[in-house]
Design a binder for this molecule. Structure first.
Ligand code: ADP
Ligand code: ZN
Ligand code: ZN
Length: 818
């Protein structure tokens, strides 16, 4: 028999272009399977978690294959189907497979043998941090851990240990060394009778033997009665509670070999089976349900356009029920964690024991458990509710993907790579698994609605609110006029104040909406008009009244509110603009007796923060809830009769080709929170432009007029859905190098794509975290092949990265950059 060598090709969790080859023994070759993890050395003494791709007998030509370090799994943890999906993501979004690998697995699966820096959950947020420390701290909020190398990249310094030492002293981080399993199964302590006493005779003896030890006797009798009642394993804690004895008493019984402790591994999160019945659908919902089913016979994707509060969730529930009956898995995608609270609440009534939830507020351990349950196609993970990253779970038997509020921008991942759009990727995932996709929204994205009009997707309409309640009445209030007539109190028009008063008198609730983007409170010197700037980013700092400090929304830099102007020394500093905090303050003055709540990024940091606010509002402990766009997304409150939009203009004027579409969607969605259960609701929109066509379309809820008009603009200005828009981002510490690099890249692109290349340009915020930024936009006309375009750009990219001077320039490609 000829002598054979064995090799394994693996994927490393790094942005590398190719797989790496390691040498293995014949026994290892027999054991390893695609999708198992192995620890391999890579680079200088580092060990990484690699994923097995294939096993073969061909030695690599360019290097000597090293041997592997250790096998980490005895079964594949990544399926073929997942790998196919990863390959599609990496090809479609032009990123490395390694990037997808990193994003796709819960971080607990990726072991590394180096010093890793972790976020310290016990860190006191009031501790002051230096700029560099803050960068690290901030990065750790995004990623659960960072390597020393990554940290050195972030702060742009080789030696980071002095910094880490300081952060350790301040308890801002934790360090870990070596290869380790991060996932820790949760064990619950149970108690049972020792084997020796299983027969009747010895049982009686047993009870007699502890007659004198009163407490032990009591514990033992309680044990028997519990066992008889429940016929289930008994938790040590439960026995203690029921019998009212201390843990020492149980320990005593164990020491006497009468009882014994044992452990059972449990999931950290699980929902109870409630057995609630689905609500019966009304005639409109029933019709929509049937139309969706019919549509699925000929379309793999169907768009459900249902006005706000038409009861889309109940239609989804019925579709889910049907999938479950066929033993299929269902993925329910949601754009926002705030929303999951309510939807979980509703769906678990029907499907309690079958729901798993997956999103970033869940701990690493919780996410591993959901991953494993899906991998094993367990009963309790038949329905996965989650944010965009749940697309990467190891589904094997998907029947349906529901993308709720499909128009939401938060479905798009911008940074880091892979820059995928979860709705679009979901459609592909469903296609791969032979499943269907349902897109749901009251205000579909132009792209999806366009696809429906082109018969690429089926379209189903639900035009009536549940209970035949009318859509709310929308009133546009001209605040320019109100200012002139002195009918404004702070940011409130007399109309809005009056309506709030009325709602409060009727014991109804109010939602006030203030868009955060582009309109944060900025400090400005009244003498020289200079605003304090972030030292790392090219933006004005925003004022946070609550902590009396200035913060950068890009890098989280903070400083105390200065007493005088840094430029001219004047003490007259005014806070212009207004955010949710400002509104909240003004409300306290206007309505001192009302309970006021606020929901924005600052008030929803903790794991249960959303639940608390939403719960308090549902329980009517809050009369007026002030919030940012997270309030607009599909929440269902019965007692809200008034919604106020503080200022519609900052959204309309946002410099983005979708600003009008987005404004329409957001306004219709927030309006949709009003008047959901009994009487018709009211919406007040304050604006300087009451005659703007978008606001007019909002007030008449005229989606098709909006669609038609926007589509014309898109065609005229060469935007999606007609043209694709691709964005290339370059970043570097040094402006000159960056400018040269961007120029080089832009010229190469223009040689190929001519006028369809825009830029290089500097974005609004042209420096973030000490890196300068340039953008180049490439538009792809309807007839130009996307594939060929990407291929050409990949070639340019390859040449670019071979140029020495540009080596340190960071390049990012965003395929559908919107
Ligand atoms: P949407 O998601 O379309 O905005 P929801 O699904 O939140 O609407 O439904 C709005 C309200 O109407 C919810 O409070 C819901 O419980 C109620 N509802 C919808 N359909 C039914 C039904 N068939 N039976 C009883 N209540 C329903
Ligand atoms: Zn900054
Ligand atoms: Zn000044």
């Amino acid at each position: 028999m000829p002598f054979k060598n064995f090799f394994v090709n693996v994927l490393l969790p790094m942005p590398l272009k190719q797989l790496f080859t390691y040498s293995i023994t014949e026994a290892e070759a027999g054991f390893l399977k695609k999708g198992m993890r192995i620890a391999v050395p890579f680079g200088k003494k580092k060990i990484y978690t690699a994923l097995v791709f294939d096993i073969h007998n061909e030695a690599p030509e360019a290097y000597e294959a090293k041997s592997i370090h250790q096998i980490l799994d005895d079964k594949s943890i990544v399926t073929e189907a997942q790998l196919d999906f990863w390959v599609w993501i990496s090809e479609y979004y032009m990123c490395s497979l390694g990037d997808v690998y990193r994003a796709a697995l819960p971080s607990a699966f990726l072991l590394e043998s180096e010093t890793v820096v972790l976020n310290n959950p016990n860190f006191d947020e009031d501790t002051s941090l230096s700029d560099a420390e803050f960068l690290v701290y901030e990065a750790l909020q995004q990623q659960s851990q960072l390597s020393v190398l990554e940290i050195s990249n972030i702060i742009g310094k080789k030696n980071v240990f002095p910094l880490l030492k300081k952060m350790l002293d301040k308890k801002a981080v934790l360090l870990k060394e070596e290869l380790y399993e991060q996932y820790k199964p949760k064990l619950v302590k149970y108690i049972r009778l020792n084997e020796a006493h299983k027969d009747e005779a010895s049982l009686h003896q047993l009870i007699d033997s502890v007659q004198r030890a009163k407490q032990q006797h009591k514990a033992l009798l309680t044990y028997f009665s519990l066992e008889a009642q429940t016929k289930k394993p008994i938790q040590a804690k439960k026995l203690q509670e029921e019998s009212g004895v201390s843990s020492a008493v149980l320990k005593g019984l164990v020491d006497k070999n009468i009882l014994e402790f044992y452990h059972i591994q449990v999931d950290r999160v699980h929902f109870e089976e409630k057995g609630g019945r689905l609500k019966s659908l009304n005639e409109h919902q029933e019709k929509a349900f049937e139309e969706i089913e019919t549509s699925f016979n000929s379309n793999t994707v169907t768009l459900l356009q249902g006005v706000t509060s038409s009861g889309k969730t109940e239609v989804y529930a019925k579709l889910i029920e049907k999938q479950l009956a066929q033993k299929k898995q269902v993925l329910f995608l949601l754009p926002e964690i705030a929303l999951t609270t309510q939807i979980i609440g509703r769906l678990k009534e029907y499907f309690g024991g079958k729901i798993a939830v997956f999103h970033s507020k869940y701990s690493m351990n919780e996410r591993v458990e959901v991953y494993n349950n899906v991998l094993q196609n367990k009963e309790k993970a038949q329905i996965v509710l989650g944010a965009r990253s749940s697309l990467f779970l190891p589904f094997s038997n998907l029947g349906l993907i529901i993308v709720d509020e499909e128009h939401e921008t938060s479905y798009k991942q911008f940074d880091p790579s892979p820059r995928y759009h979860a709705r679009d990727a979901a459609i592909y995932l469903a296609h791969m698994q032979g499943a269907k996709t349902l897109l749901g929204s009251a205000t579909p994205s132009l792209e999806s609605y366009f696809n429906a009009t082109q018969n690429k997707y089926g379209l189903v309409n639900l035009t009536k609110r549940y209970g035949e309640i009318q859509l709310p009445e929308v009133e546009l209030v001209d605040i320019k006029d109100k200012h002139r007539k002195k009918r404004m109190t702070g940011h409130f028009s007399d109309r809005l104040i009056l309506e709030i008063q009325e709602a409060l008198e009727n014991k109804e609730q109010v939602i006030l909406f203030q868009n955060r983007r582009g309109f944060s409170p900025v400090v400005e010197c009244e003498t020289c008009a200079v605003s304090p700037q972030c030292p790392n980013c090219d933006v004005s700092l925003t004022y946070h009244k609550y902590r009396k400090e200035l913060r950068c929304h890009y890098c989280n830099y903070r400083q105390a509110m200065p007493l005088n102007c840094g430029a001219c020394g004047s003490t007259k500093l005014s806070t212009i603009g207004f955010g949710t905090e400002q509104i909240e303050l003004e409300l306290h003055e206007l309505f001192p007796n009302a309970n006021i709540g606020r929901m924005d990024l600052d008030t929803t940091r903790g794991k249960y923060a959303y639940q608390k606010i939403i719960g308090a509002f549902e329980a009517q402990e809050i009369d007026i809830l002030v919030g940012t766009q997270m309030l607009s997304k599909g929440l269902d409150f019965g007692k809200v009769s008034l919604v106020g939009v503080m200022n519609a203009d900052n959204m309309l004027n946002f410099p983005d080709f979708r600003a009008h579409e987005r404004t329409f969607q957001m306004m219709v969605q927030v309006a949709g929170r009003s008047g959901r259960s009994k009487k018709r609701g009211k919406v007040i929109i304050q604006t300087f432009n009451p005659y703007h066509q978008i606001l007019q379309q909002v007030s008449t809820n005229d989606y098709s007029a909006m669609f038609k008009e926007q589509l014309e603009d898109r065609w005229h200005f060469h935007y999606p859905p007609y043209y694709r828009v691709m964005k290339i981002t370059l970043r570097h510490r040094d402006l000159i190098t960056l400018e040269n690099a961007a120029e080089w890249f832009g010229t190469s692109l223009k040689n190929a794509f001519k006028d369809n290349v825009l830029g290089p340009t500097s974005p609004n915020v042209s420096r973030v975290r000490n890196l300068y930024i340039k953008h180049i936009t490439v538009k792809i006309p309807p007839k130009q092949s996307l594939k060929a375009t990407k291929k050409h750009i990949a070639r340019i990219e390859k040449t670019f990265s071979a140029i020495g001077a540009f080596r340190a320039v960071r390049l990012g490609i965003d395929i559908d950059a919107y």
